[in-house]
Design a protein around this ligand. Structure first.
Ligand code: GLY
Length: 356
């Protein structure tokens, strides 16, 4: 599969990527290599990864707990401490081997350690392959608020080996699929239709196409000043729903993709109200998305808190909640202001009831 060139780094695919990695490590002459893993990637991905790596320099493994609840500054402090104890210096390399938590947190740890060391992303989940590992966003959560603390920092290389997908659950694959649906609805309706109709699904092609779309957007607007905001399609409401479920003991935690699925249905509804998104396509999108994710249980009494959490969205300016909306598939507008009433109406549309 052909490599994709981002602004300052290449994205390599399949086993060929390891040859590129070895060439790169040899040329750069790093003093040491730190591989950041969690319990799951240590057990299921590290054995495959390490068998391909050729290095004469010391390799150390740093393990953190798995899961979004550990994507915080305390975990970073733990990793910085271990790196310091093990003698990491400015010529060290950090390899983030894992899902979105590992690549976001690992990139942040590397970008800030001794004012910045090199890092390489090796995503192992579909979500991190098609989205989180690409584009230089690094960071951690602040309480339940997602990605509130972080920096833009580009990796030296991204290595996408779809073999790692055999190590994750079907629920995790569905979670990543939400980001592929996002690219489909905003940039490539054929991609959306492939998922909707569940035909000709070749996961390698889906990944490659998704990475190519994301890379094009990031090349145009690396720091999310304008057009990159489109990559938040479904995420304004989705992040509110995700944070609300994470913070509420009565609700089972959702995967990121499940929350974004709710967000995409709601934001399609809003698009049909505020812009001209066709109503028959709204119904089609709702059906296609709920066929994959089921119906996440939402009560009217949840809505106020979800909307409150949305006020922390990083796209907001001067307290206004800012949306990406669609005129149609492949035709979006950024910076759309939407009233609280329409947001609540969209949640009710998702949950299939009329607001009281
Ligand atoms: N995940 C959205 C972005 O990277 O901009």
């Amino acid at each position: 599969m052909t490599s994709i060139q981002a602004a300052t780094y290449p994205i390599h695919f399949d086993e060929n990527a390891y040859q590129e990695l070895n060439k790169f490590i040899k040329n750069k002459n790093y003093s040491s290599i730190f591989i950041l893993v969690d319990d799951n990637t240590l057990e299921h991905c590290y054995p495959r990864f390490i068998q391909f790596v050729e290095s004469t320099k010391p390799i150390e493994v740093i393990q953190i707990n798995p899961g979004e609840v550990y994507k915080n500054i305390e975990t970073c402090v733990g990793v910085w401490n271990v790196m310091t104890e093990l003698g990491a210096d400015r010529q060290s390399l950090l390899v983030a081997l894992g899902g979105g938590v590992i690549t976001d947190l690992g990139g942040f740890v590397a970008a800030t350690f001794k004012r910045g060391i090199d890092f390489i992303n090796v995503p192992t989940t579909l979500l991190s392959m098609v989205d989180a590992s690409i584009g230089g966003k690094t960071g951690v959560d602040l309480g339940v608020l997602k990605n509130q603390v972080g920096v833009f920092a580009n990796p030296q290389m991204i290595l996408i080996d779809p073999e790692y997908l055999h190590t994750v659950t079907p629920r995790e694959i569905r979670s990543g699929t939400a980001e592929v649906i996002k690219y489909g609805m905003t940039h490539d309706v054929k991609l959306f239709n492939q998922i909707k109709d569940n035909n000709q699904l070749n996961i390698i092609d889906l990944i490659h196409r998704s990475v190519a779309i994301k890379n094009e957007v990031v090349l145009e607007d690396p720091k999310e000043k304008n057009i990159r905001k489109v990559l938040n399609w479904g995420h304004t409401i989705g992040h509110g729903v995700e944070s609300y479920f994470m913070d509420n003991p009565q609700k089972e935690n959702l995967t990121h993709g499940e929350a974004i699925a709710v967000g995409m249905v709601c934001e399609t509804y809003i698009s049909s109200k505020v812009l001209n998104f066709p109503t028959h396509k709204l119904e089609e999108a709702r059906q296609a998305i709920t066929a994959i994710y089921g119906k996440i249980p939402l009560l009217e009494t949840d809505f106020e808190a979800i909307v409150d959490l949305m006020k922390h969205d990083k796209k907001n300016v001067e307290g206004e909640i800012n949306f990406v909306l669609l005129n149609d598939y492949e035709n979006f507008e950024i910076n759309c202001k939407v009233s609280k009433e329409i947001i609540k109406e969209s949640l009710a549309f998702y949950a299939d009831f009329v607001l009281s």
